[in-house]
Design a protein around this ligand. Structure first.
Ligand SMILES: *[C@@H]1O[C@H](CO)[C@@H](O)[C@H](O)[C@H]1NC(C)=O
Ligand SMILES: *[C@@H]1O[C@H](CO)[C@@H](O)[C@H](O)[C@H]1NC(C)=O
Ligand SMILES: *[C@@H]1O[C@H](CO)[C@@H](O)[C@H](O)[C@H]1NC(C)=O
Length: 309
């Protein structure tokens, strides 16, 4: 059960970055109020935005989905027209700790990170360059309350948010818009409602399971992988374990799920609990990785730390 709340838990509010700007605090105050509202109706959220109204057909190849139509700018009329020959996805798992991959990662043309995975303090292992950051609705507050780390540190970063369309429209888009007022250089996009249904349809097509009736949550890793394939000719993934990793015998050594939460939950405990749970909604991390394995040859995806055979 602790994992149910893991998804929707907004968490405590420790150490706001020191900011000289009173305006930032005003905005953050507004943000907190909005998020209290948001979290008060998202307890036990079942993420049940429908999969039946939105049966949107989509091209067989993810490459033909059309990035420009799938993500709308939070402000202005920008389009997401960045395209990269080579991208690195740097996962949030702790497999990269001690790897010293930072310099190699920094040389990649584009780098993609997830949610509130910070680079400060971890540069030697994971680099400090962030071209894209894919952020879940449930991590939105954790990202936006540290604009120095996630917005202004790397002014070229493009933030891409995803979440249940109703929640995004009712509350969260406004939160992002407010923050972008104090950081005019911030480049932020939100997955459209139609694109969210396409992600569900893709899950059904690839797994044979309906996301809603199988009580599954898609992970930020799922969105990130699809977005990477849309944006990049080649993708290298750092720090993602293969599908059979947690069920191997003998079991792998224990490692924290997130590199930046050394005392947080164990990776395989988290994966296996989510994969096997039927009460409540859960992430299907292992199912998703089986799909990624199928995509590897189709879409030029490679994996290291650990390697996938
Ligand atoms: C959209 O952006 C273009 C330039 O990128 C600009 O010429 C045009 O006026 C903008 N349209 C609106 C409605 O802001
Ligand atoms: C990354 O680190 C290098 C070397 O320390 C520095 O020159 C560069 O400005 C940093 N880039 C960012 C985006 O922090
Ligand atoms: C895979 O990458 C190579 C080299 O960048 C490229 O020529 C090829 O078109 C890519 N294949 C796919 C399916 O994107």
């Amino acid at each position: 059960m602790f994992l149910c709340s893991y998804e929707s838990d907004i968490g405590p509010y420790p150490g706001l970055d020191n900011s000289p700007r009173a305006a930032v605090f005003l905005i953050l105050f507004g943000l907190v109020m909005l998020l209290i509202l948001y979290s008060s109706n998202s307890r036990n959220e079942d993420f049940r935005y429908t999969s039946t109204i939105g049966r949107v057909t989509l091209p067989d190849s993810l490459k033909e989905w059309g990035v420009k139509n799938g993500y709308l700018p939070v402000s202005g009329n920008k389009t997401l027209d960045r395209h990269c020959n080579q991208c690195a996805i740097i996962t949030s798992s702790s497999h990269l700790l001690g790897s010293k991959m930072g310099p190699e990662i920094n040389q990649m043309e584009c780098t993609i990170r997830m949610n509130d995975a910070p680079t400060t303090g971890y540069e030697a292992d994971i680099g400090n360059k962030t071209t894209f950051r894919v952020v879940a609705h449930s991590s939105l507050y954790r990202v936006l309350r540290r604009p120095q780390e996630f917005v202004s540190k790397n002014p070229d970063t493009i933030l891409i948010f995803w979440g249940p369309p109703i929640k995004m429209q009712q509350v969260l888009n406004k939160v992002i818009q407010r923050v972008s007022l104090s950081f005019p250089s911030m480049s932020a996009f939100v997955a459209t409602g139609k694109r969210m249904y396409q992600f569900d349809n893709l899950f059904r097509k690839e797994t044979g399971k309906d996301r809603v009736t199988s009580r599954s949550w898609l992970s930020t890793g799922w969105f990130t992988m699809v977005i990477a394939v849309e944006l990049c000719n080649r993708v290298h993934v750092y720090g993602m374990v293969p599908p059979n990793y947690c069920t191997q015998n003998p079991p792998p050594r224990k490692l924290p799920y997130h590199y930046y939460e050394p005392k947080g939950p164990d990776e395989c405990v988290t994966y296996l609990h989510n994969e096997r749970s039927h009460r409540g909604n859960h992430h299907r991390f292992i199912t998703e990785k089986r799909v990624f394995a199928n995509w590897a040859t189709l879409y030029n995806i490679t994996f290291s730390h650990p390697d996938w055979d």
